[in-house]
Design a protein around this ligand. Sequence first.
Ligand SMILES: CC(O)(O)NCCCCN
Ligand SMILES: [Zn+2]
Length: 674
Amino acid sequence: MKMGTALIYDEEMTKYKLLWVDPACKIEVPERLTVSHEALVQSGLADRCVSIPVREATDADILLVHSEEYLEAVKKTPYMTLEDLKEFTLQYGDVYFHPNIYHCAKLAAGAALQLVDSVMTGKVRNGMALVRPPGHHSMRSAASGFCVFNNVAIAARYAKQKYGVKRVLIVDWDIHHGQGVQYSFEDDPSVLYFSWHRYEHQKFWPQLRESDFDSVGKNKGVGFNINVPWNKVGMQNSDYLSIFCHLLLPVAYEFNPDLVLVCAGFDSAIGDPEGEMCATPDIFAHLTHLLMNLAGGKLCAVLEGGYNLTSLAQSVCQTVQTLLGDPAPPPANLDGPCKSALDSLHCVRSAHRQYWSCLKHAADLPTCEISTKRIKVAEEEEEEEKTLDKGEEGNSIEEKVWPEPPKRVTPTIRTAVVLPDGVTCPDGCKRFSSSEDLDPLIISKLKENFLKDADDSDTLSSLSSLAALVEKVEKNEICSGLALVRDVSMATMCVVQHAASAHLRNRVLVVCVGDGKVPSHVTEDGKILVVQFSNKDSEEQKCKYYIPVCLKKGYSDVSGFMHAVLGLLLPLAYEYDPTLVLLVRMSDAGLCEIVWQQLTGLLQGLAQGHMLVLMQDGEKECVGPTASSLLGYPAPSLGQLPAPLPEDVASIESLRHRLKADWKLLQTTAQETG
Ligand SMILES: CC(O)(O)NCCCCN
Ligand SMILES: [Zn+2]
């Protein structure tokens, strides 16, 4: 698998600005680009990227999306007087023209195409284009919302035409609805457009009825347009993650794209005057990470909006650092999605349940219109009393403050391996067997707890290597580890006991695939959370921290397993927020290798990538693929997923219903909180 991250930027795109007074447009300033690029340079991230030059999009490129008359009209703007420019601008909404904006718009679109070229030719794995003017509002024959040419829509058409890409996923996390993208692809089943956006029941710009959740696409494209309206401001990290886990990721995996394009707008971050949301910049590390195992890692992020220069720069850095493969930071303040977000999630899932098998079981609403109107009425009442108690000034937008995202230090050793002699150490990994610096107290504890006959020296050495490995991971000297052990249950017990012991401030998430014995007794205090996938009818779930997931055909049913991973394990894991993930492959795990790699890849978003994988020593052939995932290589695609088995969906759903009282990120509708 290819590595390397492209960065596409050219300061020429800073050389246009608003030349007259227009309150709607004054936030779109050249400094947006300079602070973003400067932050990447100062943090050392720019130097780690492959710098790719911009180019001008050709007429043919632009005509993939826009009409000739529109292109011809825009071509005239460089020669216009100030008065003509103002006049020309009046025909569009919330956008401005400038003698140099046509040039910059060609560079912005061209930058996106250069990014597609470098990813599709395998020169890099993924990349980011820092561009302005943005693109997702511009339509076939109209500029809109600071956008002139639709950079991402052009890139999607270009990828299909030049590289024969069959399916493109466009994820638009900008806080505005990219209506231009929706109009371009709403009847096209080969391009799945996903957008969340501030909507407030059509009160927020661009105030379109077709931005609501019931715009699902047209004709052959039904199901391939997904709109998530935010009907309140103040959405937080939990709200964004819930949408990814319970809507975008299940659909994206079912869609199985060959290429992922991101309309990477950062006005959805805290502090932005447009979005007025409260998600912190580090959330973009997780959103990026969660998309990086799709399409074999082929991901192109293109800048859209973002108007708070501080949160914009921080969010851009979080995104690029994740594209480079650095482990994600611990997600901040996950306290469950708010009611309004759950209502939106519920409406979108039920609007799309007929198009996506992963949503077929989604609870139906009586009808969303009624529920939305009901919510609307309730909110308006609430709104009234709020303004009343706010005193005379109705809308005081207080200055938001948030902590600087934590520094993400990648350990010198990314992945260490504990392997029996004769098993080769995978490229990029470091063989680990040191236990000499393990204090004798621990050694004696291991002896008394785990050794039947005291002179079983190689069991002792393997267990003490594991204990030593846990210490190194805890100290962030090593990011992740992989061990082949003789007795995987005993090794699990040893790691859990060691990691959970007092002197290590750990919360250990133990994910077991297979029916072996797991440490279920040590989970009362919440220092351990065990999730075990098996095909044995699970004995009644004992406590909040031991969760048996029973799948009829075990994990051999890829769809059912991925359904459980995306909709149950990921939300649980994010809410639990472990400091260490222990992934255990029990000997009888009939798990297909790619699913195992997807699971390993997805779980690395937790615990800053601090993960230990334990496997039975008979699974030598699994060492290479597991190591490649631990090293940050993207997992191969799973291919088109058939519908999960109904009985598996039923058992996962009933488990989710049982658990959601304790684990708020498992909720998918507001009704459940009642
Ligand atoms: C790219 C963008 O989505 O941030 N543009 C926002 C335009 C807002 C106009 N009121
Ligand atoms: Zn925006």
